[in-house]
Design a binder for this molecule. Structure first.
Ligand code: CUA
Length: 356
């Protein structure tokens, strides 16, 4: 028994060193772009240094035992039953307890540093909805600024307040090393200080529906002066633009995450294109008016499914998410804008339950 323990000990020592080294050499994360990134990466390395040898230890004991103590021809029964070894039990409870407590304390310190209150923190509201992000800036000197793309000034702390309009999403910017769940009904927060200019991805890291993989947008980290200029120009654009409540609904409830519509600046293709809809809709169902067709497709998307698209592709709860007035506004908007451009022919329609 002693010899077996010694052999396993040697295997663990010899295998742990190169495997830990390999784990540390792998680039697990993209190039860092926030002040917290170094701390997070160091924490991750420490976790590797602790967990790789433990993994090697467990695998060594398992594999060694299976090979060395396997049943051989002529072996009968299970051998002597073993139970009750107080010293061993204390050891295998105490070591994991100490390790996990120490790791938790260290991780807590790293997170606490990242969440320090800082002067001059910029507030950004993030609204997540299937399958798009919307950003709203509450900056001094003017009305709130809304945008589908996230612009951040380099070097300035920013706090994100995250809200969901439907299901659970997760706000993840790998380069900033931040990830925070976005949960319907509560406001979650996360913060960062971007410290490198560049374009990175805002990625949804929680499976949230068919378009989950398309739920990514850009974050642009730019110089402070350029950022101030961008805020000003957004304000001018928003002030000059005639308010278009229909477009607002279309983009803020995530329609733009799946459907192409030139007027709303979207080019997604998870769902059928809405450009040119007015030209093709009556081939799909001559008995409905364009407006009734749009309304039905919004609240009951499975009633008529465009060929080539999945019947369950669109959330079926817009009838509850949107008020009656919002549905009217959206219908009017789509009826007005969807006929204007040279839409692609999207082929015929079939009842969801009918023959293919
Ligand atoms: Cu939102 Cu995945």
């Amino acid at each position: 028994m002693r010899k077996a323990a010694l052999q396993m000990g040697v295997i663990v020592l010899v295998a742990s060193v190169p495997l830990t080294a390999v784990a540390l050499l792998i680039d697990w994360f993209p190039e860092p772009a926030s002040t917290a990134a170094d701390d997070v990466d160091l924490l991750y390395d420490v976790l590797l240094i602790i967990s790789v040898p433990i993994f090697v230890l467990v695998m060594t004991v398992v594999i060694y035992t299976v090979v060395r103590f396997r049943a051989r021809p002529g072996d009968e029964g299970d051998g002597q039953p073993i139970h009750g070894n107080v010293r061993l039990e204390i050891v295998w409870v105490a070591i994991p307890t100490v390790l996990v407590t120490a790791i938790s304390a260290y991780a807590w310190v790293v997170l606490d540093n990242q969440e320090d209150e800082r002067p001059d923190t910029m507030q950004v509201n993030v609204r997540a909805g299937q399958f798009a992000w919307r950003f709203e800036y509450l900056e001094r000197g003017g009305p709130p600024v809304r945008s589908n793309e996230l612009y951040l000034p380099k070097g300035r702390p920013v706090e994100f307040s995250l809200r969901s309009v439907d299901v659970i999403h997760s706000f993840w910017v790998p380069e900033f090393r931040i990830k925070q769940d976005v949960v319907p009904g509560i406001v979650t927060k996360t913060q960062t200080i971007p410290d490198r200019e560049g374009d990175y991805n805002v990625v949804c890291a929680e499976l949230c529906g068919l378009g989950h993989s398309t739920m990514r947008q850009q974050v642009h980290v730019i110089g402070r002066e350029r950022f101030a200029g961008w805020i000003d120009s957004r304000r001018r654009v928003l002030a000059a633009a005639t308010p278009e409540p229909g477009r607002e609904i279309f983009t803020s409830y995530g329609c733009a995450g799946c459907h192409t519509l030139q007027d709303a600046g979207s080019a997604a293709d998870t769902g059928p294109s809405l450009d040119g809809l007015a030209e093709v809709y009556d081939k799909r169902n001559p008995r409905l008016s364009l407006r009734d067709y749009i309304r039905q497709s919004t609240v009951d998307p499975q009633a008529l499914v465009v060929r080539g698209f999945r019947p369950d592709g669109m959330p079926a709860n817009y009838g509850e998410q949107l008020s009656r007035a919002e549905i009217d506004t959206l219908t009017e908007y789509l009826a007005r804008t969807s006929g204007s451009s040279s839409g692609r022919e999207t082929a015929g329609l079939r009842p969801a339950s009918g023959p293919r």
